[in-house]
Design a protein around this ligand. Structure first.
Ligand SMILES: *[C@@H]1O[C@H](CO)[C@@H](O)[C@H](O)[C@H]1NC(C)=O
Ligand SMILES: *[C@@H]1O[C@H](CO)[C@@H](O)[C@H](O)[C@H]1NC(C)=O
Ligand SMILES: *[C@@H]1O[C@H](CO)[C@@H](O)[C@H](O)[C@H]1NC(C)=O
Ligand SMILES: *[C@@H]1O[C@H](CO)[C@@H](O)[C@H](O)[C@H]1NC(C)=O
Ligand SMILES: *[C@@H]1O[C@H](CO)[C@@H](O)[C@H](O)[C@H]1NC(C)=O
Ligand SMILES: *[C@@H]1O[C@H](CO)[C@@H](O)[C@H](O)[C@H]1NC(C)=O
Ligand SMILES: *[C@@H]1O[C@H](CO)[C@@H](O)[C@H](O)[C@H]1NC(C)=O
Ligand SMILES: *[C@@H]1O[C@H](CO)[C@@H](O)[C@H](O)[C@H]1NC(C)=O
Ligand SMILES: *[C@@H]1O[C@H](CO)[C@@H](O)[C@H](O)[C@H]1NC(C)=O
Ligand SMILES: *[C@@H]1O[C@H](CO)[C@@H](O)[C@H](O)[C@H]1NC(C)=O
Length: 403
């Protein structure tokens, strides 16, 4: 039951579009990192930002088959499957043409000497962020297969994957080809664990963890490190909290909005690199949260979206949301408050946090890039713990409670 929901929440394609209100972020020049191989079992993957008015997804290159065919994927911590388009998926099956909308690629199984089909089908349902596009339900179907998959020089042989043969129209604008799930093995529709789990099983990685350096588009330089932590990105100790697989969810100590503690009985944050915002809580909880920021932020869609007139958002000077985890605070800063104009309501700007009106995630808050792009995140697969550390773009720590 939870499985397809989890796959769904992690897909989150095109969750909010429209122009972003003015953002003032300290953009630091950062030399472009190139993907490189490391014989010691760790690899950096340069991530591109899918930005369309707001940061939507981060994606990077993988090689599939022998010889390797290059494709790009979203690296998604909340799903398990590797799903890539087959050359057999034509525009009439829903897949965009290669190269039309950007540097798109499809996998040709007949050009790979290590390809094996499992002669089994799969069906992968996706939601597009609860409440934002309520009628936008997407899915992919295809066949289950195995082949060699390499990411930044780290390879898994006979990796299980889903070759997409048909998909619904919602994927058409995506600038990447597929999705590579990095969750724990129990989730998934193609079976038997993630690419990262395969690397761990094969002892191909130095450490059974990966690190994400997600960044706002204006900062750039986003990176995934498989099998290690890129210490050059970290400016503090790492704060860890236990997770209970298969989910990357932690029990947090406190949630404050502009310094006001929010009354919660269930304090679970489920971290997800594949979600661009925050989703969770019921409508009354979100009314409490937004009420602290501005009485003008109201429910704009009964399915869980909140917002206010774009012309008035400059009135809001402060909107910080802080999670306290293992005694340390981590902040979603003011520039994240609005994500752009709500597609069906011209002139209305949508706020970053959607209610989960169907209570799909057991009361947990899905915490995505709104927070993750201000910290370095460590996904410690082997020790079942999740860590956060400050980076050069983390909000400054001002009070004792922040230290
Ligand atoms: C960007 O957003 C606009 C709507 O605001 C949409 O029409 C367009 O297709 C999107 N582009 C991409 C590449 O997603
Ligand atoms: C990743 O990049 C950082 C910064 O350039 C570097 O220090 C580190 O060695 C790289 N790691 C790998 C595995 O390439
Ligand atoms: C695939 O990507 C690798 C590394 O970026 C590059 O060396 C190689 O030439 C690419 N292959 C093709 C067929 O584009
Ligand atoms: C692969 O080759 C077989 C046999 O020639 C053909 O039937 C099939 O359509 C090809 N598949 C793809 C995806 O090109
Ligand atoms: C896949 O697309 C083809 C062509 O549109 C269609 O005939 C077929 O029924 C689709 N299959 C599924 C499972 O959606
Ligand atoms: C991959 O799977 C094929 C077919 O199941 C098998 O023949 C081959 O030995 C496997 N290769 C590895 C490296 O496990
Ligand atoms: C899944 O992988 C495990 C090893 O990680 C193996 O023991 C098991 O047989 C595999 N199951 C399937 C259905 O392939
Ligand atoms: C990091 O942890 C060490 C050991 O617990 C501690 O001595 C040090 O003060 C910490 N550094 C920071 C910046 O918090
Ligand atoms: C994660 O969520 C599950 C399911 O709600 C829960 O049983 C578990 O205790 C949570 N993990 C942690 C570390 O709180
Ligand atoms: C928080 O919850 C407690 C217990 O349900 C209640 O007594 C208290 O008034 C609530 N505080 C706020 C600010 O809603």
């Amino acid at each position: 039951m939870f499985l397809s929901e989890l796959v769904a929440l992690s897909a989150l394609f095109s969750f909010v579009l429209g122009s972003h209100p003015k953002i003032s972020l300290r953009a630091k020049s950062k030399s472009e990192k190139v993907a490189r191989r490391d014989v010691n079992g760790a690899g950096n993957v340069t991530l591109a930002n899918y930005f369309n008015g707001t940061d939507l997804q981060w994606y990077g290159a993988i090689g599939v088959g022998t010889p390797p065919q290059n494709l790009t994927v979203v690296f998604d911590s909340a799903s398990t499957d590797l799903l890539i388009p087959s050359v057999a998926c034509s525009p009439s099956n829903g897949c965009p043409s290669e190269g039309i909308e950007g540097p798109l690629h499809k996998f040709n199984q007949n050009s790979s000497s290590t390809f094996h089909t499992q002669n089994k089908g799969f069906y992968a349902p996706f939601g597009t962020g609860i409440g934002v596009a309520p009628s936008d339900f997407e899915s992919q179907t295809g066949i289950i297969a195995t082949d060699t998959v390499c990411v930044s020089g780290l390879c898994a042989k006979n990796q299980t994957m889903g070759l997409v043969m048909n998909e619904t129209a919602g994927f058409a604008n995506d600038p990447f080809d597929g999705i590579l799930g990095l969750a724990f093995p129990a989730l998934g529709v193609t079976g038997n664990g993630s690419f990262f789990n395969s690397l761990v099983q094969a002892k191909a990685v130095a450490e059974a963890l990966y690190g994400f350096y997600l960044t706002p588009n204006v900062v750039g330089g986003a990176e995934l490190t498989l099998g290690g932590i890129d210490e050059s990105k970290i400016e503090s100790n790492i704060t860890y909290a236990k997770v209970a697989p298969p989910f990357w969810n932690v029990t947090f100590d406190d949630l404050t909005v502009n310094g006001v503690s929010v009354n919660l009985t269930y304090k679970q944050a489920l971290f997800d690199t594949g979600t661009s915002n925050v989703v969770g809580g019921d409508i009354s909880q979100l009314q409490e949260i937004y009420g602290i920021i501005s009485p003008k932020i109201k429910l704009i869609d009964k399915n869980g979206a909140f917002g206010m007139p774009c012309s008035e958002i400059q009135e809001i000077v402060e909107a910080n949301v802080k999670f306290t985890i293992s005694g340390k605070t981590f902040m979603i800063p003011t520039p994240e408050l609005f994500v752009g104009e709500y597609p069906s309501l011209p002139g209305v700007c949508q706020a970053f946090w959607n209610a989960d009106v169907t209570n799909s995630y057991g009361g947990a808050f899905i915490v995505g890039a709104s927070l993750l792009k201000y910290y370095y995140s460590v996904w410690d697969f082997g020790n079942s713990r999740f860590g956060l550390a400050d980076t050069d773009i983390s909000p400054p720590r001002v009070s004792d409670a922040d230290q």
